[in-house]
Design a protein around this ligand. Structure first.
Ligand code: URA
Length: 422
């Protein structure tokens, strides 16, 4: 077996055996297969796809490329988001479901590109430790039902190496490569109930609804093949989620949501995801789960769990800082907001310093943008559209205004939850 024959076979769109896929992954990890060969192989997959069987095999091989966590608890629930702008969902969802007795033992990532990452956001809480030993992690889950860290052990090294290469070779947006990347990590982290928030739209990795549905079905199939309850929720990422974009600002919005005062879209999304996780973990009907979720969101218990969680990880909830400089950008015309381009808003927040272009870039946790409206709202000329919190880096009024399309006709209110596949 050799890599050139395998690339050749893929080029002819012939089905690859599990042994051949295993050969590629093993030899890429040990350095025998070079980056340029792997990049040719990934490009073929990006162009021609993989069958479901090949994707299931690839996921299994990646899953077994490193450690698989066994935390010793049954029924751990996990949620994964494919990443969006203003997506602070995990920070609300995790303590909310934990307050209902669902175990959360979660690993999250840092932001890259125009999307933020939960770990960066949580570091806006002074003292919050985003890494800890496996023993402390398990103890914390045992004692308070929730722990969240950046990474734990050598899980799925194949994904780390392949994802870094995909990032620089334009092969990130391949459906089978995304499915195997996400699902190998979810399966390795020891969760038995998995909910995936698959973002669709301008600010998301997947723009096209047909691709998104294909990806959702594939991930659910992989999860079920591995005996995990898996659901995939397709959600709109054409406009940012909630109003706040930027690390500290998003944590503040998440806290307000946990106090029952969150933006409608974020609150509804959290309730849906939390109901699916609670229903699967407590083995109750989704309707009953939803009632429990709403109760704890509005009776203070979810927020109490957040306080307990932050304290357990060394954080001071009262320490969140936002940048001292604030400017308000107003609308240059009246009319209905037809579009707020999530991708462009994400890029502007990054320009202020809230995100990274390269993995090692330092970010400014205190800066960002707070939008004053959602798509469908009517604005007067000179009415505030957004507040900009900044330090040394700035954006112009025109840059923000160009993210908006304001028209005379009232647009249809965008549907936040597009579909649920399980
Ligand atoms: N998120 C992942 O973890 N992997 C991908 O391939 C895409 C998004």
């Amino acid at each position: 077996m050799n890599i050139l024959d395998i690339i050749d076979k893929k080029e002819k769109n012939e089905k690859l055996t599990k042994k051949e896929l295993q050969y590629v992954i093993d030899n890429y990890l040990n350095g025998t297969i070079k980056d340029y060969q792997m990049s040719a192989f990934l490009t073929e997959i990006d162009l021609l796809g993989l069958s479901d069987e090949e994707t299931i095999d690839l996921t299994d091989i990646m899953l077994h490329s490193g450690k698989i966590l066994n935390l010793g608890f049954d029924n751990i629930a996990d949620k994964h988001s494919t990443g969006g702008v203003g997506d602070k969902t995990t920070i609300v969802l995790a303590p909310l479901v934990a307050s209902l007795g669902v175990k959360i033992a979660k690993m999250s990532g840092r932001g890259l590109g125009h999307t933020g990452g939960t770990i960066d956001k949580l570091e806006a809480i002074k003292g919050f430790q985003t890494s800890m030993s496996l023993d402390k992690f398990k103890n914390q889950v045992n004692q308070i039902g929730i722990a969240l860290v950046g990474s734990m052990g050598n899980l799925v090294p194949a994904d780390k190496k392949i994802y870094a290469l995909r990032d620089v070779t334009g092969t990130v947006d391949s459906v089978p490569l995304i499915a195997s990347s996400i699902m190998s990590k979810k399966l390795a982290s020891g969760a038995s109930n998995i909910v995936i928030d698959l973002k669709v739209g301008s600010g998301a990795l997947v723009n096209d609804l047909t691709d998104a549905k294909k990806l959702a079905h594939l991930m659910v199939k992989i999860g079920q093949k591995n005996n995990k309850k898996t659901a995939c929720v397709l959600t709109n990422m054409d406009e940012p989620l909630g109003y706040a974009v930027g690390n500290s600002l998003e944590v503040i919005e998440a806290i307000n949501t946990l106090k029952g005062n969150g933006p409608k879209d974020l609150t509804n999304l959290v309730i849906k995801l939390a109901s699916l996780m609670t229903s699967a973990s407590l083995n109750i009907a989704e309707k009953e789960a939803e009632e429990k979720v709403k109760e704890n969101l509005y009776n203070g218990k979810a927020y109490q769990k957040m306080l307990e969680w932050v304290k357990a990880q060394g954080g001071d909830i009262n320490s969140i800082q936002i940048a001292d400089n604030k400017k308000i950008i107003t609308s240059d015309k009246e009319g209905y907001i037809n579009k707020i381009d999530a991708l462009e808003i994400g890029k502007l927040a990054r320009k202020l310093g809230a995100g990274r272009l390269n993995k090692d870039d330092q970010i400014d946790l205190t800066v960002g943008i707070v939008l004053k409206h959602k798509v469908g709202d009517y604005v007067e000329k000179d009415e505030p559209l957004a507040e900009i919190y900044y330090n040394s880096k700035q954006i112009t009024n025109q840059e923000l205004l160009s993210c908006y399309n304001i028209t005379k006709e009232k647009p249809k209110t965008p549907k936040l939850i597009i579909d649920i596949i399980k």
